[in-house]
Design a protein around this ligand. Structure first.
Ligand code: EPZ
Length: 432
């Protein structure tokens, strides 16, 4: 397995291009099941999650090819409606296969998704929505058996105790576009990945109103046709570079990201005293050299609030920001696996319920650390870049799920980072 070795202390400077968004691709790939015609998807990042989603679509009978870098073609001509446990359990986002199978096949058998290190990942809101439009759902042997022969459009409230649900909204959208009648989704998620999915569905012939709002109206149609769709850029990848520039005191141009995708982060950076300008429609210029960040408080919320997927990265920055900061996680209250690893690097953080109380230090020291999930891994990379000395990060397969060539991109910005085989780790460091 690979590991990352980082020699801290370099300042990040230069220009970095943002890749396509993993979290836009997964529902977009699922939506290809809604038509028997070919669908071309462009700007797809080269990630293990994407390759895995392709495998799941193939297991359903779709023809899936990656005929050029970033470009995939899916033709779901003759498909089955059973998604097997051995595949679904490996990636919970595959739950968003339910919607298109309900729409196209009027039913499905999908394994219940497994757990996740960032906390419980229930799908009660997905199932509540499907039942509301008339699906009969039974759970047997770990599979959800859905019969949607009598489904028809109606009013669905999708909000839960943590606010809206992103993949829940995607799932109901993909069911409703081919369900007779009119469906209204209230308290729908409006993360940028949802309008992106709506745009693709409309190109396929779907009838959707309220795109970008918390209230979506869908008029079911009989069938959908193929299209070509270019997925949006990855706002979480972009935000990771913004935070990296601030942490290392460098000036970084982040290309290919509209500033309105990161309004909450930009606001926090400016409160911290780090200027983030947008010289044009899809570029951010972070002037980390202007000053060290000041401590700030962060609360994660559904979009347009501060994204939970940048919470770990923000903790890394605030661990190196002298003064008291409080980071409160409202979406996944247990999402603090990065904290014990940051503490190994000298971070002074105490967890109090859903909050991390951070007493920022002047320095962190490099150390061997363990990645635990996608965004926690990114936080450890950032901490390693800004720490004194050498950091080794194991289990970086977590990182490869959601960041395309992150080590290469940081190296292009001047970081001293390399990907090595685990056998190169100093004796005694390798996890047993
Ligand atoms: C999406 O997950 C993203 N994943 C997550 O990114 C992201 O953290 C999350 O949205 C929140 O923005 C993908 O898009 C593939 P939710 P999703 O349904 O859709 C609760 C990453 O690192 N909830 O919006 O699964 C849920 O427990 C990943 O890229 C219910 O209670 O998240 C959570 O507390 C991690 N019942 C909150 O709502 C449900 O039926 C938001 O979940 C569904 C969700």
């Amino acid at each position: 397995m690979d590991v990352l070795r980082i020699q801290g202390g370099a300042t990040l400077n230069g220009t970095v291009q943002v890749s396509g968004a993993k979290n836009a691709c997964l529902p977009v790939f699922a939506a290809t099941l809604l038509t028997a015609e070919p669908v071309i998807i462009e700007n797809v990042p080269d990630l293990s999650d994407i390759r895995f989603m392709a495998e799941i679509l193939r297991s359903l009978g779709a023809d899936v090819t990656n005929d050029a870098p970033g470009r995939w073609c899916v033709t779901a001509k003759n498909i089955v409606s059973k998604a097997p446990y051995e595949l679904v359990r490996k990636m919970r986002a595959s739950v968003c296969l339910m919607g298109p199978l309900i729409g196209r096949m009027k039913g499905c058998d999908v394994s219940m998704p497994g757990g996740c290190v960032i906390g419980p990942r229930p799908i009660d809101l997905h199932l509540k929505g499907f039942r509301k439009i008339g699906c009969e759902i039974t759970v047997e042997g770990g599979y959800m058996h859905v019969d949607a022969t009598n489904a028809k459009g109606t009013h669905v409230f999708l909000g839960g105790r943590f606010g809206s649900t992103v993949t829940g909204t995607a799932n109901l959208l993909m069911a409703a576009v081919l369900t007779p009648g009119t469906t209204r989704l209230e308290s729908a998620a409006c993360e940028p990945e949802i309008p992106d999915l709506c745009e693709m569905l409309i190109k396929m012939g779907a009838r959707i109103w309220g795109v970008g709002s918390h209230s979506l109206v869908i008029e079911g149609v009989k069938s959908l046709h193929g299209c070509t769709h270019r997925v949006i850029p990855d706002r979480i990848e972009a935000g990771t570079y913004v935070i990296g520039a601030a942490m290392t005191g460098g000036d970084v141009v982040v290309r290919g990201i509209p500033s309105h995708y990161l309004g909450a982060l930009i606001d926090k950076m400016e409160l911290a005293g780090v200027p983030v300008e947008s010289p044009n429609a899809d570029t951010l210029f972070v002037r980390g050299s202007a000053r060290k960040p000041a401590p700030v408080d962060v609360v994660t919320m559904p979009h347009p609030g501060f994204p939970t997927d940048l919470q770990a990265q923000m903790c890394a920055m605030l661990a190196l920001t002298p003064g008291l900061s409080i980071v409160t996680e409202k979406i996944y209250p247990n999402r603090f696996m990065h904290v014990p690893e940051l503490q190994r690097m000298g971070a002074d953080i105490a967890i109090e319920g859903p909050s991390a109380i951070i007493n920022g230090r002047n320095r962190l020291s490099g150390a061997p650390v363990m990645a635990s999930d996608l965004r926690a891994s990114a936080a450890l990379v950032l901490a390693g870049l800004a720490a004194d000395g050498e950091t080794w990060i194991q289990r970086i397969y977590h990182l490869d799920r959601g960041y395309e060539k992150l080590d290469d991109k940081f190296r292009q910005l001047g970081a001293n980072i390399e990907r090595l085989h685990e056998s190169k780790m100093p004796k005694g460091m390798l996890e047993d």
